[in-house]
Design a binder for this molecule. Structure first.
Ligand code: SF4
Ligand code: SF4
Length: 168
């Protein structure tokens, strides 16, 4: 997870929020879909519920949000540089109805509503949310044999089950 928690805590602090807990919950990978398939599962959801219950308990017994601040947020500044991901979404422009859903869902602004059939590869972080929300199936992961080889290698590296966890 690198510096994710620290970066998220910083973003929240900039918005005036006080992080009082943090959690890492496993979900299937958006690109390497054979990794963590079926997650979150019952154990992951139980961890989510346990964190929620403990946060409620903590806030009921600690005086003020500052005092409830999470004890230690893992990560380093400057954050680790993003090295990029080779695979970008492919678009079948003929199937695109220009509904704009993908542009609104893209977290980095890599798609514009004016030209939703295009992707700015420099902004795209390969999350594939646009593929998931497209009602026409106009966006796909693509990648062919190269993606399959990467999936197989990644699945091997991630074969051991990782558990969800949280901290207050
Ligand atoms: S893969 Fe993610 S970042 Fe890239 S265009 Fe789609 S929604 Fe945006
Ligand atoms: S969600 Fe699909 S159909 Fe809608 S604008 Fe994006 S690519 Fe086109």
């Amino acid at each position: 997870m690198d510096d994710t928690f620290l970066e998220m805590a910083d973003v929240l602090a900039e918005g005036g929020f006080v992080p009082v807990a943090l959690g890492s919950f496993v979900a299937h990978h958006s690109l390497m879909t054979n990794v963590a398939a079926g997650r979150p599962d019952a154990d992951d959801l139980a961890a989510v519920r346990a964190l929620a219950a403990q946060v409620v308990e903590k806030l009921a017994h600690v005086d003020g949000a500052e005092a409830a601040r999470v004890a230690a947020v893992p990560g380093n500044r400057p954050y680790r540089a993003f090295g990029g991901v080779a695979f970008k979404p492919e678009v079948n422009a003929g199937a695109c109805t220009a509904c704009g859903l993908c542009a609104r869902a893209c977290p980095t602004g890599a798609i514009t509503i004016a030209d939703a059939a295009a992707t700015d590869a420099g902004l795209c972080v390969s999350c594939f949310r646009c593929v998931a929300v497209c009602p026409e199936g106009a966006r796909s992961i693509g990648g062919g044999a190269e993606l399959q080889a990467a999936r197989d290698a990644f699945a091997q590296r991630c074969a051991a089950r990782q558990e969800s966890w949280f901290s207050l």
